[in-house]
Design a protein around this ligand. Structure first.
Ligand SMILES: O=P(O)(O)OC[C@H]1O[C@H](OP(=O)(O)OP(=O)(O)O)[C@H](O)[C@@H]1O
Ligand SMILES: O=C(O)c1cc(=O)[nH]c(=O)[nH]1
Length: 211
């Protein structure tokens, strides 16, 4: 684990963004059942932690995608992170809804953009990658060029890596499941039994608790 990945994982633990409840599993956007949930929305409530994560995100955007012309947040949890990063980096900003709004202007992409602009997509978290890649498709269909994507957290599932590779979208995450669990064990937040269960679940999350 890199020191930056560890530092961001530490901030997620400090803000109690990580919830464990194997007895009453969480249902994810994909429909998968999970004993763990990472609630990055909570990080927004703690100014110093929020500022640290925002700075890490800006560093990654600046280093990995120096030619970015526009940032795009994935609704809803990616919106505040994208907006804060755009503000810090003085880049224009849009956000993208999962489907067009059903009243008002009927927009799916909110904000001003121009065809041909080089975009970096900002998401809070990648599980299967479906939510972010849906947004990538919408941005491409609107004539923009997607340079890549940055998220705070990534579970590191092979299915997500395959989905991003198929779409030809490079992605970077500030921290990941392996780093987080290792640190949580080190700090005594996760017991040996919980660690075993989390490792077992991680092998085949799509079928966990379904049989
Ligand atoms: O990689 P995926 O399998 O698509 O899962 C990750 C997505 O799930 C969460 O969003 P959610 O749909 O819960 O909605 P929210 O952002 O509105 O909270 C999260 O914020 C990601 O967008
Ligand atoms: O896949 C999801 O829906 C998901 C997982 C998770 O840990 N946190 C979250 O906000 N969404």
């Amino acid at each position: 684990m890199s020191s930056n990945e560890k530092a961001v994982a530490e901030k997620l633990l400090q803000s109690n963004a990580i919830k464990l409840n194997p007895a009453q599993p969480f249902t994810w956007a994909s429909g998968w059942k999970s004993p763990i949930y990472c609630d990055n929305r909570r990080v927004l409530s703690f100014p110093f932690i929020r500022d640290f994560v925002k700075s890490e995100m800006c560093n990654v955007i600046f280093q990995q995608f120096p030619d970015a012309e526009l940032l795009a947040g994935v609704a809803t949890a990616g919106i505040p992170w994208g907006a804060m990063a755009a503000d810090q980096l003085k880049l224009p900003y849009i956000y993208v809804r999962p489907k067009p709004k059903e009243h008002g202007l009927g927009n799916q992409i909110e904000g001003y953009f121009e065809a041909g602009q080089k975009v970096v997509v900002i998401e809070d978290l990648i599980s299967t990658g479906k939510s972010s890649l849906q947004v990538v498709d919408v941005i491409k269909a609107a004539g923009m060029e997607v340079m890549g994507m940055v998220s705070i957290f990534n579970y590191g599932f092979p299915v997500a890596a395959q989905n991003f590779e198929k779409a030809g979208v490079p992605y970077v995450s500030l921290t990941n499941y392996g780093t987080l669990i290792e640190l949580a064990v080190e700090k005594g937040i996760v017991s040996a039994d919980q660690h075993d269960l989390l490792m077992e679940w991680r092998k085949d999350p799509s079928t966990w608790m379904k049989s």
